[in-house]
Design a protein around this ligand. Sequence first.
Ligand SMILES: C[S@@+](CC[C@H](N)C(=O)[O-])C[C@H]1O[C@@H](n2cnc3c(N)ncnc32)[C@H](O)[C@@H]1O
Length: 311
Amino acid sequence: MTELSHIPVLRGEAVDMLRVRDGGMYLDGTFGGGGYARTILDSAACRLIAIDRDPAAVARARDFAVAYPARFEICEGRISEVSALLESHGVTALDGAVFDLGVSSYQIDDPARGFSFRQNGPLNMQMGGSKRDAAQIINFCSESEIADILYEYGDEKASRKIAKTIVERRRTQKFETTSDLAGVIRSIVRPDKSGIDPATRSFQALRIAVNEELSDIAAALAQAAALLNAGGRLVVVSFHSLEDRIVKRFFADACGRLAGASRHDPAGFARAPAARFTLVTKSAVGPSDAEMRANPRARSAKMRVMERLAT
Ligand SMILES: C[S@@+](CC[C@H](N)C(=O)[O-])C[C@H]1O[C@@H](n2cnc3c(N)ncnc32)[C@H](O)[C@@H]1O
């Protein structure tokens, strides 16, 4: 079996934006394979607290605690609980925070995690700490709930037809594997000119629902922003438009700008800090052509940065 790895996206750009300095206290909210974390820790004699909901990522981080004694700590948990997680480690203020959202290659490339329609595996898709797996949604949610998930989180036009077929099929045989589900979706959605697998949108939607990804982002941004010291920056790298819309709107709101309404308007906005911020990136920053060529997964990445003002 090939060894899994993860190539961090926009790593140099994101860490540069943090302006890491000696003695500073930073947060990496999405540790993953530790690519960002290592670059932050090697940039200055700073301290870094990292979070990941995935026990496998937390296990990888244990080596960091040895390599960077007294400078690095890891917490297992969800970014929606960032304030409480940091407080339990005695951290009440930050000089910068970064979130590199979504799944890592460690997760998506491991068939046993059940994220991929390309390789067969159990219908799981849990990053860690979620209430239900993908099989529970597919086998037990109502037809309308499944259709809504596929439409809202995957923009799948055939959502109703797919949901109907799933519910009919599960009466005689429950879904257990990614290949089984992908096969049913492919029997309904014909490939288009883009060459994208017809199961792509539905798998993305299920993953987002299983892990409650969008509500976690909204809560995490509000809490992390509230912890920033003056001059501290919040750096967020997102990978699809649903994530980016939340980030863009939150940043606009925190910087006193108006953004368009969103059907994913997160509850976390109501608790956005009164503190004032300024946008560092006027529009989203994407990867260079060279990075896209070297790592196709970087293609959809967007980075946004805001900075806490000294008020
Ligand atoms: C794209 S990877 C991060 C890669 C990392 N920057 C690196 O350089 O290796 C995203 C990681 O964030 C974690 N993650 C995603 N959403 C999360 C959430 N809501 N709470 C905690 N961790 C989350 C995932 O488990 C995954 O390990």
